[in-house]
Design a binder for this molecule. Structure first.
Ligand code: PEP
Ligand code: MN
Length: 331
């Protein structure tokens, strides 16, 4: 980190900054410039808290030279991370397709959709048993009953299961049923949940918050990894912008940006980004074109009767077409 002094900072103020840096256990090296002096902090292993430095007399600003995240960073781990679940590799050469309904509604619905997506070539079945809904009056999910249905889906289809833990009160149960634990956009900065997810043996699918920067997403992943879990898949699912043609705006540039900054696999959820099924296939193409390691797609056999997110759920025929396109690309 560099501490930039004001143009008119005195020598005493510069020395006071250096003494403060030394009191933190680091060294401060003054670099005099034509207009002002910068003090370079050396000897720190990671993050330096700068709020006290910023309040010292004569200090203009601080500049971070290294990233605030470490474990998830490509600088510390240049090779891409791959996650292996049985015969499935996430982050490898082929994209991984996770598909299913927004919410688990009942046995029949889940099994019907699971058979469809499996028949089309999906490897992971998605579906929420705990639903984080904007309104407290909306369907909140079947809870453990939904997890039991997911266990049946896995048993009958062999598909892996990704499902969301919405709170530290249900993550213990979710980890007993799920192959991958999802943390949703609304919970991206639920630090208690992130830390608990860091202690599970299951891979975690971490979705980007609606208004989160890439750095904030990576800091959230750092919370999980700093607790010992390095099996993290990041997910771009659209952010909130002024554009109102879609439910959210798919930040397609997030994928190469995350890949540059981090070694973790990244997938794209075109369904929650678009909010409309018509856009899901084009956005999926875009996602794969920019290097996404997979897709998380909502599919429903009867979207007009879906309890949640029917408008953005692909019809089985559309999903089949998408999977055919993907197969053509990757064979
Ligand atoms: C979901 O994938 O089920 C979901 C609720 O998405 P998000 O957290 O991205 O809104
Ligand atoms: Mn949904």
């Amino acid at each position: 980190m560099l501490v930039i002094m004001k143009n008119d900072a005195t020598e005493d103020q510069i020395q006071a900054v250096i003494r403060h840096i030394e009191s933190l256990g680091y060294r401060g090296i003054p670099i005099p410039g034509a207009l002002r002096t910068a003090v370079c902090i050396v000897g720190n292993q990671g993050f330096v808290e700068d709020s006290q430095l910023l309040s010292l007399e004569g200090v203009k600003e601080t500049l971070r030279v290294t990233k605030p995240y470490k474990l998830v960073s490509r600088e510390t781990h240049p090779q891409p991370t791959t996650i292996t679940l049985g015969s499935l590799t996430i982050g490898g050469a082929d994209p991984v397709i996770m598909a299913g309904p927004c919410a688990i509604e009942n046995d029949d619905q889940a099994l019907t959709i699971a058979q469809i997506v499996k028949g089309c070539g999906a490897q992971v079945f998605r579906g929420g048993a705990y639903k984080p809904r904007t309104s407290p009056y909306s369907f909140q999910g079947l809870g453990e009953g939904g997890l039991k249905i997911l266990a049946r889906v896995r048993q009958e289809t062999g598909l892996l299961i990704v499902t969301e833990a919405t709170d530290i009160s249900n993550i213990e149960l979710v980890e007993q049923y799920a192959d991958i634990i999802q943390i949703g956009a609304r919970n991206m900065q639920n630090y208690a949940l992130l830390k608990r997810a860091g202690q599970t043996a299951r891979p975690v699918l971490l979705k980007r918050g609606f208004a989160a920067t890439i750095e904030e997403l990576l800091m959230s992943a750092e919370y999980i990894m700093s607790e010992g879990n390095n099996q993290i898949i990041l997910c771009e699912r659209g952010i909130r912008t002024f554009a109102d043609n879609t439910r959210n705006t798919l930040d397609i540039s997030a994928i190469p940006s995350i890949k540059e900054a981090s070694h973790l696999p990244v997938i794209v959820d075109p369904s929650h980004a678009a909010g409309r099924r018509e856009y899901v296939i084009p956005l999926s193409r875009a996602a794969l074109a920019v290097g996404s390691d997979g897709l998380l797609v909502e599919v429903h056999h009867d979207p007009s009767h879906a309890i949640s997110d029917g408008r953005q759920s692909l019809y089985p025929e559309q999903f089949r077409k998408l999977m055919q396109e993907i197969k053509n690309l990757y064979v």
